[in-house]
Design a protein around this ligand. Structure first.
Ligand code: PMP
Length: 404
């Protein structure tokens, strides 16, 4: 990989903050966008702006064709069996809420159980808690060990005749742990239980083949995979999506509407109510094509190298504690240094031009489990460099020396 060439595709990486070169290490929160993605959005608005699926006129048909081509790009990227299994949403959060609402409406009644894990993002907790209050379902939680890995023996014990679905993250946005999702899916399927995989933190780092994984649902966000904000994906097996009722009403999700009753459109449109952010959909495909050109295998190999380097260097710092020490990790590192508050560390690093995330990372139950309020999190992308990591380490040491 030609990192300098890649970095030149991301203009923001050569900007400065407080007069210092920007070192962007908050890629778990959102990734920066290559020029081709931003230019695609501009291009669409300047040349092809019209509502999709609505008009007989040229522009509308052009826009519709591009949006449907984008669906095929996503389908091929995750190797879905059919493009109608790819639903465009506003992001991971909306995708999980969609499944929680529609799946539970169809398949869950009072006392039924959904299994999630102790390392979930709030999106994969609260969506189900809403169903707890609406339908009286119960949540069961897979615990983690001291390395921040799911305890699969405990998972097996949680499965009961009332279990209706398992919903787990592929990669933890705090610990970086890559969960053994193939094994989890295998175990769940041996009890005929479907599985949702939250791929918000994995799809940009690890090649995903939904048919090989055999997951029933998989969700991710455009903005974490170098694409635009406000667009995301729900992959669902056709058999489930066909059985599930719509999530929202209006727009392209109908077949016929009368005051006596309404019939619904086929997949994928049944789940796409209202005018979609189709320029974002099209630019998501541009982002995916950009990543494919670099190659996810090369991206993973390089990010693994950065992760190893960053971890080794961090471990040399006095008083460092790293949260998430699994052997199978993605490029997310959460840490604390001595008694320095994560917020102080983040604020002072920021003044040196270094952007990291601080706080609970939308995973408060995990923080409770770890017995802390929050961490500092550096999350690395393929445009980061060892030199930037050196600057992070030097910055942390400077903060540590200020605090004595
Ligand atoms: N799940 C995980 C694992 C995440 O890291 C995030 C974003 N931090 C989300 C879900 C929510 O994604 P979004 O805000 O894009 O909907």
């Amino acid at each position: 990989m030609d990192i300098e060439q890649i970095r030149s595709d991301f203009p923001i990486l050569s900007t400065t903050v407080y007069g210092k070169p920007l070192i962007y290490l908050d890629n778990g929160a959102t990734t920066q966008k290559p020029k081709c993605v931003v230019e695609e959005i501009e291009n669409i608005y300047y040349t092809t702006n019209a509502n999709v699926h609505r008009g007989v006129h040229y522009l509308s048909q052009q826009a519709t064709d591009l949006a449907e081509e984008a669906r095929v790009v996503v389908q091929q990227f995750i190797n879905a069996g059919h493009s109608k299994e790819v639903i465009f949403t506003r992001g991971t959060t909306e995708s999980i809420n969609l499944v929680a609402h529609s799946f539970c409406q169809q398949f869950c009644s009072q006392g039924d159980e959904i299994i999630i894990s102790a390392m979930e993002h709030h999106a994969n907790i609260v969506s189900w808690q809403l169903q707890e209050s609406i339908r009286g379902i119960k949540l069961k939680i897979i615990p983690i060990n001291e390395k921040g890995e799911l305890i699969l023996d405990e998972f097996k014990k949680l499965i009961s005749p009332r279990t209706r679905l398992v919903s787990v993250t592929h990669v933890s946005n705090v610990l970086g742990t890559i969960n053994p999702v193939e094994e989890i899916i295998g175990i769940a399927h041996s009890h005929d239980i479907p599985v949702l995989i939250d791929a918000a933190q994995s799809v940009q780092h690890i090649g995903i083949d939904v048919q090989k994984l055999d997951c029933d649902f998989l969700v991710f966000s455009g903005h974490k995979i170098y694409g635009p904000n406000g667009v995301g994906v729900l992959y669902g097996k056709e058999k489930w999506l066909n059985l599930m009722p719509p999530y929202q009403g209006g727009g392209e999700m109908i077949k016929t509407v009368s005051f006596k009753g309404t019939t619904f459109n086929e997949l994928p449109f049944k789940f796409e109510a209202g005018t979609p952010d189709y320029p974002a959909v099209i630019a998501l495909a541009t982002a995916i094509n950009y990543i494919k050109k670099i190659g996810l295998d090369s991206i993973k190999a390089y990010e693994d190298e950065l992760l190893r380097y960053c971890t080794d260097e961090l471990l040399k710092i006095d008083g460092i504690r790293i949260f998430g020490t699994s052997d199978n990790k993605s490029s997310v590192i959460s840490f604390l240094v001595g008694n320095i508050h994560h917020y102080d560390m983040g604020m002072l690093l920021d003044k040196m031009g270094i952007a990291v995330r601080t706080g609970h990372h939308c995973a408060q139950p995990l923080m409770e489990e770890l017995g802390i309020e929050g961490t500092v999190r550096a999350s690395l992308a393929f445009y980061n460099t060892k030199k930037e990591i050196d600057q992070l380490i030097a910055g942390i040491k400077r903060v540590a020396s200020m605090f004595g």
